[in-house]
Design a protein around this ligand. Structure first.
Ligand code: URA
Length: 227
């Protein structure tokens, strides 16, 4: 149960700054139960507030998105940012939301975005072995040798000291594979396929840990937290 000043909630959740809260309350119908509030310093319970008949955004926010192509998982890149697909106020939240790990600009599929540092740490820690499943479209047919090398483990990628763990691989057709890896190294899938003399032409993440894309369309997202 979280109680604090209304302007505290509004600024934490990105609706407006503390300084703009009084103005915000004139423009928007903010209610505590049935009673409209105009005083930004009023102490309120998060769960009893509505803004224009909508409940407040969750105090902690984690979402699962079906990332489209051509958006970047960064806060400060010059390209189109993944965060621009979300309600603008979410970019003003404190703490900030960030992607859990990254997908390349041209990679599609499952990505989590969260302000939950503990969850981020849990899902990206190398010790946790969280499985990530990619559908990979290749420039050349996948060879039996390549399958053997990738699934056996021990491959050392250019510039990395540490050998890779074994991957799981299912061949869908000559140039399409499902690849499950537990590490999350920089451009890992593209570098793995490059190391066996192939090239990734399309990359799509089907799932990240327990989170698959079921039901989501490209660019859509769903909120996972309900606090
Ligand atoms: N591996 C890559 O090479 N790119 C991604 O976007 C994800 C994994």
């Amino acid at each position: 149960m979280e109680i604090k000043r209304l302007d505290g909630f509004l600024s934490k959740l990105g609706y407006c700054s503390r300084g703009d809260a009084r103005k915000f309350l004139k423009i928007h119908e903010v209610k505590d139960g049935e009673i409209r509030i105009f005083d930004p310093s009023k102490k309120v319970l998060h769960s009893s507030i509505t803004i224009d008949n909508e409940t407040l955004d969750p105090l902690s926010l984690t979402i699962l998105m079906y990332k489209p192509k051509d958006v970047v998982c960064s806060h400060d890149d010059s390209g189109k940012l993944i965060y621009s697909l979300l309600p603008p106020r979410w970019q003003n939240r404190n703490p900030k939301i960030s992607t859990i790990g990254r997908l390349d600009k041209d990679t599609t599929g499952a990505i989590l975005i969260s302000d939950d540092g503990e969850l981020n740490h849990h899902l990206t820690s190398p010790k946790k072995d969280i499985p990530k499943v990619y559908k990979v479209t290749l420039a050349h047919p996948i060879s039996d040798d390549a399958i053997e090398i990738l699934t056996k483990g021990g491959l050392i990628l250019n510039g990395d000291g540490k050998p890779l763990l074994p991957a799981k691989l299912i061949k869908i057709d000559e140039t399409t594979i499902l690849l499950e890896i537990v590490e999350g190294r920089y451009h890992q899938v593209k570098r793995m396929l490059g190391a066996v003399k192939n090239r990734v032409v399309q990359l799509h993440r089907e799932s990240f840990g327990e989170f698959g894309l079921d039901g989501l369309q490209i660019g859509e997202y769903k909120i996972l937290t309900l606090k």
